[in-house]
Design a protein around this ligand. Sequence first.
Ligand SMILES: Cc1cc2nc3c(=O)[nH]c(=O)nc-3n(C[C@H](O)[C@H](O)[C@H](O)COP(=O)(O)OP(=O)(O)OC[C@H]3O[C@@H](n4cnc5c(N)ncnc54)[C@H](O)[C@@H]3O)c2cc1C
Length: 450
Amino acid sequence: MTSQDFVQETAGQVPVVRRSDVVVVGGGPAGFAAAVAARREGCSVTLIERYPYLGGLASGGMVLVLDDMNNGFEVTVTGLCMEMIERMARVGTCVYPPKQDQRHGWDVYKKWAHWGVFDFRSATKPNPIVMAAAFDPDGWKRASNEMIEEAGVDVRLHSWFSKAIVRDGRIAGVICETKAGRQAIMGDVVIDTSGDLDVAAAAGARFTEGAYMVTTVFRLGGVDTAEAERFRYEEPEAFALIDKQAKRAVGGSWDRWWLSTPLPGVVWCNCPHMTGYDAMKVEDQTRADFDGRKRIYALVDYVRANMPGFANAHVIDVAPQLGVRQTRLLQGEYVVTKDDVNNRVHFADTVARGRDYYTPYRSMLPQDIDGLIVAGRHYSATESAQKLSREIPPCMSMGQSAGVAAALALSAGIKPRAVSPAAICARVRAQGGDPGDVPSQNATIMETAA
Ligand SMILES: Cc1cc2nc3c(=O)[nH]c(=O)nc-3n(C[C@H](O)[C@H](O)[C@H](O)COP(=O)(O)OP(=O)(O)OC[C@H]3O[C@@H](n4cnc5c(N)ncnc54)[C@H](O)[C@@H]3O)c2cc1C
């Protein structure tokens, strides 16, 4: 079949299965935060997710460290992100360094670096230990299910968004593919947290197509992490040779290719780094899965035979979701640049924050479609800016602000783009979050929203 072949679809009726004040599409970190925040402001909320669990890349993608949430002298992402961390920690599914260990020094580095809770962007060696959290993917699912239920969000899993319902330039709802056929969910405000901008793109919003490496994240069990760490520090030359070969076998990774998890003997591996795949194409997604698994098995065979601590290692699971870092990016009312991120530009309409950078409300608003807010890794940023500002905590910060913004628009009877950023910040603060409205001492102030 060539791309010139088509079949004609028959027009038909789609049953409306829900009507909510706010419809959130995508149950990842941003969507979870948006749904809970809007519900806590008193809106009825329907949260739609294609997979049978919440968490997106944090659980299904097994991205198991929450980082980019402090700027060296303060924790910058609080709110629902911290609630999630504390809830997971209470039941032993999340680990983070105590305040006194959040500093520079070999003693704390040796104790904490294998959890991945170091400042990986710091040029200082060893990297400083910072506030970051290592968690278990099922711990995330448990905590988010509890918080979503407590808030009273109406969740619809197994529902794959496929079409935006747009009337007179305003989004009025969405259509999902389900086992029961196509279903319409109507909402007064829709929040796109699909990560790939599925809703905004379908609604006709402007976007660019970014790309970055993809990863089949996996976990190994049966690892003697104490022995592996002993080898790293006590036999550095032998370690360096074997570690280099391990990285070569998997074909690309960060400096530490394995990190500890809250489960004893289980490590997660944020590798391989695979380039040349378009994560919006079925053919490429399929090839990436096969390629990733081959590389994983090559690594496991090598470390079982050669790396102290890994003699009994075995694959527990490969993440059910391909690790996709970047696809479509909104071209919203403002496009955040790499300079904005690197220079810590503080905007007059800042409503969210990450490590030491800020998110203007305009970068969450499509130019062309009303009734729609965008939050998460597909927000309006250049490709290079997004690579620096897409970690889980900043996505949750954006999500929380998006949920609050939707509620404010509905209570005032105005369009989301007319909501005052100051009002969003005030309500996010009332919910316990830090929307970044007060710039840190190292921020560059951009006073106007133009
Ligand atoms: C390999 C890898 C390693 C990373 N490492 C780190 C790290 O160490 N620390 C860190 O903080 N961040 C890390 N990140 C970044 C981080 O995981 C993501 O940027 C973050 O999860 C984005 O959150 P999100 O909610 O915007 O999107 P996602 O997590 O992608 O969530 C989107 C949700 O929408 C759902 N969805 C998508 N399309 C549809 C549809 N059509 N219908 C219904 N539902 C849909 C998805 O199933 C998913 O649940 C990493 C990312 C990757 C890929």
